[in-house]
Ligand binder design. Structure first.
Ligand SMILES: C[S@@+](CC[C@H](N)C(=O)[O-])C[C@H]1O[C@@H](n2cnc3c(N)ncnc32)[C@H](O)[C@@H]1O
Length: 149
């Protein structure tokens, strides 16, 4: 499957989408730190109850909340696009399904730079690991983990 404009066309949207439709039993999905990315949402929205969260007030189609401090996520599956920017959600939510995405680009505001899939697994207490992968970016890498804690 080829997607136009999917997460800078590196194949990440395809990887996430195929894990969800192939392996997940979730009915409700939270897309966290989603910023202006809509490719995954557009693929999922007809078949799942999908809610997007980001505390950036620029976007009017999302729930504008800090997902660490302002809200309790209820969804079966949490897809976190910005693990490098926040406290690990796996320490807040237990027995939950996660797709965790973090990068090693050390942007300002990255309080939790991610440098391996193992780091994501450990800091989110992921017990059942379904899949992991890495995508190369121009300044670093994206690390992805799919599993349950
Ligand atoms: C700019 S994106 C970058 C993600 C990723 N590094 C990338 O390049 O694809 C990260 C988004 O996460 C949001 N964000 C960071 N911490 C958050 C939090 N605690 N709650 C909600 N949104 C958050 C920011 O507002 C931002 O829009």
């Amino acid at each position: 499957m080829k997607l136009k404009g999917g997460l800078r066309n590196c194949g990440m949207t395809e990887w996430i989408y195929s894990r969800i439709i192939g392996l997940s039993e979730a009915k409700t999905i939270a897309l966290v730190g989603v910023s202006n990315k809509r490719e995954l949402y557009n693929l999922l929205k007809d078949d799942y109850d999908v809610t997007m969260y980001d505390y950036n007030m620029e976007y009017n189609d999302i729930v504008c909340k800090d997902v660490v401090f302002d809200i309790e996520l209820k969804e079966d599956l949490i897809v976190n696009f910005a693990c490098e920017k926040m406290y690990p959600l796996g320490r807040i939510y237990k027995s939950r399904e996660f797709i965790l995405i973090g990068d090693s680009e050390f942007h300002s505001g990255d309080c939790n730079p991610i440098e391996s899939t193992q780091q994501l697994i450990e800091q989110n207490n992921i017990k059942d690991i379904y899949d992991t992968t890495t995508f190369t970016r121009w300044c670093g890498k994206y690390y992805l983990v799919y599993g349950c804690n």
